[in-house]
Design a protein around this ligand. Structure first.
Ligand code: IFM
Length: 476
């Protein structure tokens, strides 16, 4: 379907933001009482990240946050989504809080508010305190209770000044990449642990939401961010449709089933019955998980294309989630992932804004009346400064234009999308890819840590200021 005619204008209250996460930008990993998280351990384990890179310094946001907030204000951002490092706040993952750790976030939030930028806090963006992983990690039920305790601590400390709260970022990645394919921390490759971790992340979300609400003013909102996939079958053949159903259950239904509807999809339970009987779902868990949400965050980058396969074709998957001899997808050896068509970003992910429109409309149907935010969307490119030090990134501008136009089209089609957070404000540590993949609207010179807004940052700033998308070829 063609995109709407230009100019593409958004409702006046639409929130224009940018997002980051703690381990990807903060650095200062040994300061003010912080202890290692699973990402410190994983990135310092030989062979786990490109070039052995890690977040020890990252882009030094811990020390440069004032400048970074000033940069956001210059760009006219209305909102900033960032995550809290659990290991800074509760270094062992349990027990009393470290005030020096919380103070950093108090200062950051105050700086944002002083500049008129709305903070949106994500409690968990993949960086579990190492001590909790040593005790079993997300496959263990106790981790969900530890998360609720941590949520309460942060809610008490920041609930007076932060209105937008997100419990978890992309629990699929924590479970399936952390415990399935092992390309993310903690690097385990255990199919059953992947499903157990998923359930305990769901439980953590539910218990965390309840804990937050018990200590925060009622005006605050609680959401979570899912990297829900748009899963497409290669054909309408029943076997391919069944393959798409299975991956959709494992990518999406495993989270939105219990969270939005209070039940795991029956098709998921059947598809995984050879592996697990789900006996770790205890009485009362589904009710604890199925808390009312104030909003849902959707993170979108690219769709997935699948078909049925036979055992000979099965093997490492071209599913865009990193190379591993272990599939992230439990009980899915009968599914083949295909290259999606179209141009690609530096991640090798195909560019397809129709997938974002489809996703928004799906959740508009799945959860009628629930406000939606695009809590991440963006693209990595091989950006380089020119001879005058400017960084031109027309591909990213085209990517943002296409995806924002798809959001606008969804709003016109009846979706209640309230805002958009560009991933990412700054170039940063892209997990197992190290610093090689640049997602930032702002270029970071890793030798000097100097920040230079790319042309896409200026393009986005104009969109944020005017509420209308500039043309893709406007010169900045
Ligand atoms: O950098 C990540 C982010 O941490 C979570 N969502 C996807 C981004 C790009 O891979």
């Amino acid at each position: 379907m063609p995109e709407p005619m230009t100019p593409v204008s958004f409702p006046p209250a639409f929130l224009w933001g940018a997002a980051t996460s703690a381990y990807q930008i903060e650095g200062a990993v040994r300061e003010d009482g912080r202890t290692p998280s699973i990402w410190d351990t994983f990135s310092h384990t030989p062979g786990k990240t490109a070039g052995g890179e890690h977040g020890d310094i990252a882009v030094d946001h811990y020390h440069r946050y004032r400048d970074d907030v000033a940069l956001m204000a210059d760009l006219g951002l209305g909102a900033y989504r960032f995550s809290i490092s659990w290991s800074r706040v509760q270094p062992t993952g349990r027990g009393p809080a470290v005030q020096r750790g919380l103070d950093f976030y108090r200062r950051l939030v105050d700086e944002l508010l002083a500049k008129g930028i709305k903070p949106a806090v994500t409690l968990y963006h993949w960086d579990l305190p190492q001590e909790l992983e040593d005790a079993g990690g997300w496959p263990e039920r106790d981790t969900a209770y530890r998360f609720a305790e941590y949520a309460q601590i942060v809610g008490e400390a920041l609930g007076d000044r932060v209105e937008q709260w997100i419990t978890l970022n992309e629990p699929w990645c924590s479970a399936f990449l952390g415990y399935g394919s092992g390309v993310h921390a903690p690097g385990r490759t255990e199919p059953v642990a992947t499903l157990r971790a998923s359930h305990h992340l769901n439980l953590a979300h539910g218990l965390g939401a309840t804990a937050l609400r018990s200590v925060m003013p009622a005006r605050n909102t609680v959401a979570l961010s899912l990297n829900s996939s748009t899963v497409r079958p290669v054909s309408q053949d029943p076997a391919d449709l069944a393959a798409a159903r299975k991956i959709d259950d494992l990518a999406n239904g495993i989270y939105h089933g219990p969270i939005l509807h209070g039940a795991y999809p029956a098709t998921l339970l059947t598809a995984t019955e050879q592996l697990t009987d789900w006996s770790y779902v205890l009485d009362g868990d589904l009710a604890a998980i199925n808390q009312p949400l104030d909003a849902l965050g959707l993170n979108y980058y690219t769709p997935a294309l699948v078909s049925a396969t036979d055992a000979e074709q099965a093997g490492p998957r071209a599913d865009g989630h990193g190379a591993s001899e272990h599939s992230p997808w439990p009980a899915a050896d009968d599914v083949l992932f295909h290259q999606t068509p179209g141009e690609r970003t530096a991640m090798g992910w195909s560019i397809d804004p129709t997938g974002l429109h489809e996703l928004i409309m799906r959740y508009t149907r799945e959860a009628p009346g629930l406000p939606l935010y695009i809590t991440e969307n963006g693209a990595a490119y091989d950006d380089k400064p020119d001879s005058e030090g400017r960084v031109h990134d027309p591909e990213r501008i085209a990517y943002l234009h296409g995806h924002l136009a798809a959001v606008r089209r969804a709003i016109a089609d009846g979706a209640d999308v309230r805002g958009y957070y560009l991933w990412s404000l700054l170039d940063n540590f892209e997990w197992a890819y190290g610093y090689e993949k640049r997602f930032g609207a702002v270029y970071v010179d890793y030798a000097t840590l100097t920040r230079t807004p790319k042309s896409s940052a200026h393009w986005y700033a104009k969109a944020a200021r005017t509420g209308t998308l500039p043309e893709v070829d406007e010169v900045f």
